[in-house]
Ligand binder design. Structure first.
Ligand code: BDP
Length: 642
């Protein structure tokens, strides 16, 4: 089992591991019992996971569009060599998109589906290193190019890439085939109940232990990326402030153990800042000082452009530019300090969710959501309950929204069998590493959330928790916290608990994040009693966790848009607005509460059950198509007046 000293202990990530998904993903696949492929071992190496911004030396081509698609309910595709011969009876599917809401026969299909497309290489890319990069495939992806197996990736929401240099034909069509499988399994994160084992099920159809609909498919763009043979593989930026001076430290890695000169430039401020660094055996470090810095904050989300150039200006070996914000984040006593000043988080837990496209990237909706957050006077959100698209983080940097970035660690139940917990741990540790590596350069990310609502035993049973369940969870999270802190020393880490959660788990966090449903799942329908219960709860949190800051990461009530009553009754807009205001009034009296995030920003698709009207969670303060409910107006007046 998980042993703090044993083999599952967090390992230091080596540089090689830090830049490639393939080796890590393959071992996670084995750990979580993914179907191993008959197509033998992966033939291609992993490619850099740096977001492929274009530059003088780099180009990107988006393969989004209509692909061929076929469900494979009998798992015939691999034996039938569909990756080589093509799909026998395809229909068209847009990429990116979830498959579930497009085709009636695919709504509740959670097996393997095949995707296929063709592309030509740009002749201008001759001699360059070419990679194919997937933003997210839910859940287990296996990839072939021209019939050759490239490798696999386990876990949705995070990017993976394969180097296809030399394998992609120049001057002839290339066939890219992906098999995506999304079995709802107990040993994955998020986990689904095993019906045979009588596990807790939250929703009936489909059978999941969480309420968001388990949409599947290629959810984010698939990109072809061209870079020079010698190229930057990874860049890590950390920033500091000292008076009105900014400090920017940059660590970077270059392929092929390259050595030579690098130049780093920071532009956007009144004067560019330039430093040089000597790269030795593929590793470089630089420090930059920014006089009269404009620190990043929600009030002034100022971004600089950092360019790392290898080789001379006139003939760069490679050049990469990313936007960065100079800011600090820290926890001191009961406060969260951004740039040394206390912040109070106003915002929401959200979902990536929309009609028809499901969980696929939707840029118009993303922009609209951030506009609505600003309209409300919000300054933050949580990427509940999985990593969101990279574009969401880039946009949050621009809008000045502070982000609690969450792993897919949902529905972790510690009364489950040890081998199941072990498999989930491995998958979660992998996802955490990939998440931190992907998002650590974003100023908007101020807190890592390791999990949402882990529990020692299922909610529905009155039985006591099995002996050892809390201790197993304690070790599980001790390892995960250590892992997060070793990968990022600059940000606080927390886990999100439900109605208190075992103190041994939650207390390991730098911040106490609490989900709480007084007035809805507890003391249902009794607003006055809910306020009393909340007051007791928040006071008890203080007693239990000393002076750590507390964020209320979820509270609220379902409201069917258009339903009203006086006195306010459950399911009406009036009741929802009153519950949210009650939480606000009670929590604001406690200075150690440094944030309130009502659940949720917008209604979202769930499975079907007696708990969810119209297969929607209607705790949104906006409807699924972003019409404000009464609670949105109430929050706007509360938030804009503080
Ligand atoms: C919380 C979960 C969230 C659910 C919410 C609810 O964290 O994912 O959607 O309950 O039931 O416990 O509305």
């Amino acid at each position: 089992m998980i042993d703090e000293q044993g083999p599952a202990r967090p390992r230091a990530v080596t540089r090689r591991q830090a830049v490639g998904a393939l080796g890590l993903a393959a071992s996670a696949a084995a750990a979580a019992g993914a179907a191993t492929t008959a197509a033998a071992q992966p033939t291609r190496g992993p490619a850099s996971l740096l977001y492929p911004h274009e530059s003088r030396t780099r180009a990107t081509r988006d393969l989004s569009g209509l692909w061929s698609f076929q469900l494979d309910p009998k798992n015939e595709g691999e034996a039938g060599r569909w990756f080589e011969r093509g799909l026998p009876a395809p229909r068209k599917i847009p990429v990116p998109c979830s498959w579930n809401d497009l085709f009636d026969d695919a709504l509740n299909y959670f097996g393997t589906a095949w995707y296929e497309t063709e592309f030509h290489l740009d002749p201008a890319w001759r001699g360059r290193r070419v990679a194919v990069r997937f933003g997210s495939a839910v859940y287990h992806a296996r990839v072939w190019l021209n019939g050759v197996y490239l490798g696999e990736h386990l876990g949705g929401h995070l990017p993976f890439a394969f180097d296809v240099t030399g394998l992609a034909h120049d001057g002839a069509p290339n066939r890219l085939v992906v098999a995506v499988e999304n079995e709802l399994r107990v040993d994955r994160v998020p986990s689904s109940p095993d019906p045979k084992a009588g596990h807790f099920a939250f929703l009936e159809e489909p059978n999941t232990a969480y309420d968001f609909f388990p949409y599947c498919g290629l959810h984010r763009p698939v990109l072809l990326c061209a870079a020079p043979d010698t190229h930057l593989q990874d860049v890590t930026v950390t920033t500091g402030l000292s008076g009105n001076r900014g400090e920017v430290a940059v660590e970077f890695q270059v392929s092929g153990a390259w050595s030579g000169p690098a130049t780093l430039t920071l532009t956007g401020g009144p004067k560019p800042v330039t430093v040089t660094a000597a790269v030795k055996a593929g590793a470089g470090v630089a420090r930059m000082v920014v006089p009269d810095v404009r620190a990043w904050s929600p009030d002034d989300p100022f971004l600089y452009r950092l360019t790392v150039r290898l080789g001379p200006e006139g003939a760069p070996v490679d050049e990469y530019t990313l936007k960065i914000g100079v800011r600090t984040i820290a926890v001191r006593g009961s406060e969260i300090l951004l740039n040394g000043k206390p912040v109070f988080l106003k915002g929401f837990g959200k979902h990536e969710d929309g009609a028809i496209r499901g969980k696929a990237l939707d840029l118009p909706m993303l922009v609209r959501d951030f506009e609505l957050l600003k309209w409300l006077g919000a300054n933050s959100f949580r990427t509940s309950h999985y990593p969101y698209a990279e574009e969401a983080l880039m946009l949050a940097d621009e809008y000045g929204l502070m982000v609690i970035a969450e792993t897919p660690g949902v529905s972790l139940i510690f009364s489950d069998p040890p081998e199941v917990i072990e498999a989930r741990y491995k998958q979660l540790e992998m996802a955490l590493g990939e998440l931190i590596r992907r998002d650590r350069n974003h100023p908007c990310v101020i807190l890592w959330s390791l999990a949402n609502e882990p529990i020692a035993k299922p909610f529905h049973t009155a039985d006591p928790e099995p002996p050892g369940a809390v201790e197993t969870g304690r070790k599980f999270f001790a390892n995960l916290f250590a892992r997060a802190r070793s990968l990022d020393r600059t940000r606080p880490v927390a886990l999100v608990s439900v109605q208190g959660g075992p103190a041994e788990w939650v207390g390991q966090g730098d911040v106490i994040c609490q989900n709480s449903y007084n007035g809805w799942y507890a003391v249902s329908g009794r607003l006055g009693d809910a306020a009393v219960a909340l007051e007791q709860e928040v006071t008890a949190l203080r007693a239990r966790h000393g002076d750590k800051p507390v964020i209320y990461t979820e509270f609220g009530a379902d409201a069917v848009a258009g339903m009203h009553s006086q006195p306010p009754a459950m399911w009406t807009e009036d009741y929802q607005a009153d519950i949210i205001e009650t939480y606000w009034q009670v929590l604001r009296k406690h200075p150690y509460v440094v944030g309130t995030h009502p659940w949720a920003f917008a209604d979202f698709r769930t499975g079907q059950s007696t708990m969810r009207v119209g297969a929607l969670n209607q705790k949104g303060v906006f409807t699924r198509d972003r019409r404000p409910k009464l609670a949105a107006h109430r929050l706007r007046s509360l938030w804009r007046s503080t």
